[in-house]
Design a protein. Structure first.
Length: 378
């Protein structure tokens, strides 16, 4: 059997990781400024993470959501203060797409409405409702298209207020920082306008923090920079450092009914052990603040390099628009300087390092970035 050929693969196979570093099968060391696509939050093979998962696996790895699992309660209790949403409730699933799927379904159950307002350029995952919330024809199969979803431009306050002038919409879904869309930030004004319009019309405000959340932006959630509150927040990626966990946190004003949401694997003992370990480390090592400080140092370090058109983002979610195709720039960074980075569109380099990076990693990256720009004659 061969693999179904849907991914463009880089010519690199990591076989070991530690902190912000990776090694390939030839023993070559790489600095990881990609974080496995914003997933590696506490660094590779963090000792607390390895110990917690190993210990849990030796006891029980999985049973079912039909029985009590006090690890889920422990996780919820840890996420309360960490997220800044102590009174919200937690539902666990397996991925970011599934988290968004559940968020929208919950909004529809709660309001009894069918319509959702989404943003052009958004990405919410690959399941049925998630792709319906994206206007990217490359990911939306004809069967997924639905008239229930209306798209407006991110930060178009007028369009938002026009659409939300009646009680038709179940939800508005916003990535506070569009990731796949090129590190595009929702403005403070737009997020406040969304909150206000939702309050007026009984529409639920969903923040997709799958990529921007869990401390990456320098606040626990990126929308918290604007000082707004969501009704439902979806998360995944960084929440369990690579173990597949998705989650939504839900306002206490949204009533739970038995059977309205469910999952076989979500919130398993092993998944909870992984997520608890990450929550412990994020708190103990002050990683949200570290993301803010290191993000500022990266931007400061590369600012002014010739060939940079624009730098966007917050904390350790940074998009750098380049005057040359990012794929070429990224290749030189990887092949010559042994630094892994991400991409977004044709000209945007995407930086999503683990939240544990320090001054040493920032300096190595900045030096390599400047050298690459010079080598490419930018
Ligand atoms: C903002 C956002 N939402 C949802 C998803 C989908 O997450 P998953 O791939 O875990 O389903 C992603 C993945 O990149 C994302 O960036």
């Amino acid at each position: 059997m061969k693999l179904f050929d849907v991914y463009s693969l880089l010519d690199m196979e990591p076989v070991r990781g530690e902190g912000a570093y990776l090694w390939d099968k030839n023993g070559v060391e790489y600095l990881d400024f990609y974080g496995g696509h914003a997933v590696i939050s506490i660094g590779h093979t963090h000792p607390h993470y390895v110990a917690k998962i190993s210990e849990q696996l030796s006891k029980i790895g999985f049973y079912s959501n039909a029985v009590i699992n006090s690890l889920q309660v422990e996780l919820a209790e840890k996420l309360g203060p960490l997220t800044g949403y102590p009174d919200y409730e937690l539902f666990l699933c397996n991925s970011g797409a599934e988290a968004n799927e559940n968020a929208v379904k919950l909004a529809s159950f709660t309001t009894g409405r069918t319509r959702v307002l989404a943003m052009h350029g958004a990405f919410h995952g690959r399941t049925s409702m998630a792709v319906a919330l994206s206007d990217n024809p490359a990911i939306q199969a004809p069967v997924n298209k639905t008239e229930n979803v209306t798209f407006i431009n991110l930060n178009d306050v007028e369009a938002l207020q026009r659409e939300l002038s009646s009680e038709e919409y179940a939800a508005v879904i916003i990535e506070p920082i569009q990731g796949v869309g090129g590190i595009r930030m929702a403005s403070t004004e737009f997020l406040h306008a969304a909150r206000e319009a939702c309050d007026k019309t009984g529409t639920l405000l969903i923040m997709d923090e799958v990529q921007s959340g869990y401390g990456r932006s320098g606040k626990f959630f990126a929308h918290q920079w604007a000082g707004v509150k969501a009704d439902i927040v979806s998360m995944a990626k960084g929440i369990a450092n690579g173990f597949p966990v998705g989650a939504i946190i839900i306002s206490p004003e949204i009533p739970a009914k038995k059977g309205m949401l469910g999952t076989t694997f979500g919130g398993s003992h092993l998944a909870c052990a992984a997520a608890i370990a990450v929550a412990d480390v994020v708190k103990a090592e002050n990683l949200v603040e570290n993301a803010r400080v290191m993000g500022e140092k990266i931007v400061e370090g590369i600012k002014g390099t010739s060939g940079i058109k624009e730098i966007r983002g917050s904390g350790l979610m940074i998009g750098v628009d380049l005057s040359v195709p990012q794929a070429d720039f990224r290749r030189v960074l990887r092949e010559k300087h042994h630094i892994m980075t991400g991409l977004s569109g044709q000209y945007t380099l995407r930086l999503l390092p683990p939240l544990v990076i320090g001054e040493r990693e920032v300096e190595r990256f900045v030096e390599a970035f400047r050298a690459t720009a010079a080598e490419m004659g930018m």
